[in-house]
Design a binder for this molecule. Structure first.
Ligand code: LMR
Length: 325
């Protein structure tokens, strides 16, 4: 029996993500939680011919607890999204307490599950989730992930677009490290496989597009929100990786994690001076097996890494300060 709980399932990321989960046939049970609409969404999904049983829970009658009970994987997309002119940090005021409250219930109800946080600003909401679990005495860093997969997806997609030689974006593997916001997102094209051969100027443009890809969508949606379908796609890719790893496959995906709690992560954290950071993670049955070293990077990437770390330190401090008040 595999159960996934999607918290924020009536939102514009949660709903397409619930569709991908239902059509995947990876789950026996999918529970949807939100403040509105989820009973109807669950009924709608139940007309799809895959085995998963879908239930929708609203806040009343301990709905969050019911949604989380016996969940193996919890994906949190709840919270507000950006409008033009807003940064991800502008979401903090609203989304910080949403994450704290959800993880308070998570800690009480499904302390052994694997958690994926999509709610922005991920650079700050993941420290909040970690602190909440820690306060409840159930923090296991190997099972708490900030989802940065969309940055990885963008890094290969935008490289293929820029090369314009007909290669499929999926043919490229580009590690993306750092965080999930602007300059904290650092695609490592020096490690791309196959190599991305672009002029220095074109490459700088692609790096900038990956870092600010979210803004491109916010602008294009003209006030109707931020990334939804591509985020659902990326979130599902990460969830699938977790399940494949649980089933014994060797899987590597980037994720934003609490490095000191993961094998190999302490060394990276000490070197960089930040505890929360996205790197390649080797996933296994019990979650993160190992944080993989960053490896050799170009001089330009080393410069950008410095900028990323400066921003990230502030984002992490914001999350931790919220939890200490
Ligand atoms: C994204 O990367 O597109 C998402 O984090 C949404 C946003 O606010 O940019």
């Amino acid at each position: 029996m595999v159960k996934i709980a999607l918290i924020g399932a009536a939102g514009q990321i949660g709903t397409p993500l619930s569709l991908l989960c239902k059509t995947s046939d990876l789950f026996d049970e999918i529970s949807l939680y939100d403040l509105v609409h989820v009973p109807g969404i669950a009924t709608d999904l139940m007309h799809i011919d895959t085995r998963a049983k879908v239930n929708g829970y609203l806040a009343e009658d301990s709905g969050l607890k019911k949604a989380l009970t016996a969940a193996d994987v919890v994906v949190v997309t709840a919270g507000i999204a950006r409008k033009p002119g807003m940064t991800r940090d502008d979401l903090f005021k609203t989304n910080a307490s949403i994450i704290r409250d959800i993880f308070t219930e998570v800690a009480a109800t499904c302390p052994s599950a694997t958690y994926c946080v999509v709610t922005n600003p991920v650079n700050s909401t993941l420290p909040i989730a970690a602190e909440t679990l820690k306060k409840a005495g159930v923090f296991e860093p190997t099972r708490l992930f900030g989802v940065t997969t969309l940055d990885v997806v963008r890094a290969s997609t935008f490289a293929a677009h820029a090369l314009g030689n007909g290669a499929s974006p999926r043919d490229f593997k580009v590690p993306v490290i750092g965080g999930h916001s602007g300059a904290t997102i650092l695609p490592l094209y020096s490690q791309a496989e196959p190599p991305v051969n672009l002029s220095e100027e074109a490459l700088a443009g692609v790096i900038n597009r990956v870092q600010f890809g979210g803004d491109e969508i916010v602008k294009s949606k003209q006030g109707a929100g931020s990334a939804t379908t591509c985020m659902a796609y990326a979130g599902f890719r990460f969830v699938k990786a977790i399940l494949e790893a649980k089933n014994g496959q060797s899987v590597i995906e980037e994720a934003y994690v609490y490095l000191p709690g993961i094998s190999g992560g302490k060394e990276i954290a000490t070197k960089l001076g930040v505890d929360f950071f996205a790197v390649k993670i080797e996933l296994g049955k019990a979650g993160a097996l190992k944080a993989l070293p960053i490896g050799k990077i170009s001089d330009n990437e080393a410069r950008l890494l410095g900028v990323a770390i400066d921003d990230l330190k502030k984002n992490i401090a914001t999350g931790l300060a919220f939890m200490s008040t």
